[in-house]
Design a protein around this ligand. Structure first.
Ligand code: HEC
Ligand code: HEC
Length: 387
């Protein structure tokens, strides 16, 4: 399988660059105060007051909105020397002006809400089009995007309620009793994505109910680790360096990590969100009709879940993470459900987000394994990850 899109190479690069950033102030203690971008980076003039995680999410949003790679705006040397991200280029200076322009447009016209974003005008191009395209107007419209389905008013008659769809899912997985019987697991398999140049590398996943989960990707250069301890979440990397030895996740990315951990034990799904809604128009994913429910997370952002109408199983999850200038979507597609201890578990999933796409395929999943608490403990100072 190829993970590429039409911008495979563009999309593949951003996080590689993110990962090759050397810490500017590595002594910053991760536990005490949030890691702020304007303290760690050298030349931040407009995107002030953001955590490093939010700042990088903003760079991802800009790159995705213009279909640009990091080094389209930044000097090529920043690929190998992080300090050079601070260098100004003409495009970077234009981008700064655009950030201020968008802020002004929204303040003057939309009560300061993020209504107009880079994507509103750019639509994946460096220069927005000004003249309507007759080819677009009279050509074949692009296929419907299920991610853009919105709740219909009035809702379709006879549609099941959100509660009924979620109950059907729990039953499809094996029922609440069997689900309650699995409280931890250790899984192994392969991972491939932007950071492996689409080569398969070993991955290990450790999960413990209700919401602890650690994913260890064994990259040739060293391990890349993403952990949620139930409350906080972070990433570490020994081979390819993050902007900090331990990058704390914040905002929507933190919620996303918590959600991934929670959904390892889906019996709790109803409690994971509030304001469950349904009533979407009929939509399909790969020609499988789906029932969609939408919940609201702690950041007041929607989360959409797409269930196979036939099997009741979860096929897709779309969650959103806010940046100061727009919202980044993340999509997870689940497949290859297999039975483990009487419970159906997806053995394959694809994560697609603004900076790339990755595929995880499990070969083994052992339920109810003892897992040492250190697997979910934040390294401070950064640990050398055992291989
Ligand atoms: C469309 C242009 C554009 C793209 C594409 C872009 N950036 Fe930026 N980047 C900026 C601007 C503008 C700033 C300065 C923001 C400010 O002054 O507040 C910046 C600042 C930065 C900084 C802070 C540097 C310092 O020390 O001050 C880093 C790090 C960075 N970008 C990384 C990235 C990464 C990684 C990507 C790819 C995911 C990326 N950028 C893509 C425009 C861009
Ligand atoms: C209201 C519409 C609009 C919005 C919103 C907008 N832009 Fe632009 N942007 C333009 C137009 C129009 C141009 C081309 C100007 C020209 O042709 O000289 C442009 C040009 C640019 C360029 C220069 C491209 C090149 O190849 O020279 C960059 C970089 C850019 N925008 C970044 C951004 C970023 C980042 C955002 C979001 C913070 C954004 N823009 C939001 C309209 C917009």
């Amino acid at each position: 399988m190829t993970l590429g899109s039409r911008r495979a190479i563009l999309a593949a690069l951003p996080f590689v660059y993110l990962l090759s950033i050397t810490p500017a102030k590595s002594q910053t203690a991760p536990e005490q105060k949030p890691q702020m971008a304007d303290e760690i980076f050298k030349n931040v003039q407009v995107l002030r007051g953001l955590t490093v995680n939010e700042f990088m999410g903003t760079m991802g949003f800009i790159s995705a909105s213009l279909s640009m790679n990091c080094i389209d705006c930044h000097v090529t040397a920043s690929a190998s020397d992080v300090a050079r991200f601070a260098d100004d280029t003409p495009l970077k200076q234009t981008a700064r002006k655009m950030i201020l322009m968008v802020k002004t447009i929204n303040a003057a016209n939309f009560g300061g809400k993020r209504t107009v974003t880079c994507y509103s005008c750019h639509r994946g191009a460096d220069r927005p089009k000004a003249i309507p395209s007759l080819a677009d107007q009279y050509g074949t419209p692009p296929p419907e995007d299920p991610n853009e389905a919105e709740i219909a008013t009035p809702p379709p008659a006879g549609a099941p309620s959100a509660g009924q769809i979620l109950d059907k899912y729990i039953q499809a997985l094996g029922g609440p009793q069997r689900l309650a019987g699995v409280t931890s697991f250790v899984a192994k398999g392969t991972y491939q994505g932007f950071d492996t140049s689409d080569e398969k590398v070993p991955v290990e996943i450790f999960a413990k109910a209700p919401a602890q989960r650690t994913t260890v990707v064994h990259l040739p250069e060293g391990d890349s680790v993403r952990t949620c301890d139930g409350r906080t979440a972070w990433m570490t990397s020994t081979g390819t360096l993050l902007p900090l030895p331990v990058l704390e996740l914040s905002g929507g990315d933190l919620d996303g990590a918590r959600l991934d951990a929670l959904l390892s034990f889906p019996a709790q799904i109803k409690q994971a969100f509030r304001d469950w809604l349904t009533g979407f128009p009929d939509t399909a994913i790969d020609e499988n009709p789906v029932d969609i429910v939408q919940g609201t997370d702690a950041q007041n952002m929607p989360v959409k879940l797409y269930f196979d109408r036939k099997s009741g199983l979860l096929l897709r999850l779309v969650r959103y993470s806010a940046t100061p200038i727009g919202v980044n979507p993340t999509q997870i597609d689940y497949a290859d459900y297999r039975e483990v201890a009487g419970v159906k578990v997806p053995f394959r999933w694809t994560v697609t987000w603004t900076d790339g796409r990755s595929l995880t395929e499990l070969s083994t999943l052992q339920p109810n394994q003892p897992i040492d608490a250190s697997k979910f403990a934040k390294p401070n100072p950064p640990r050398a990850t055992p291989r």
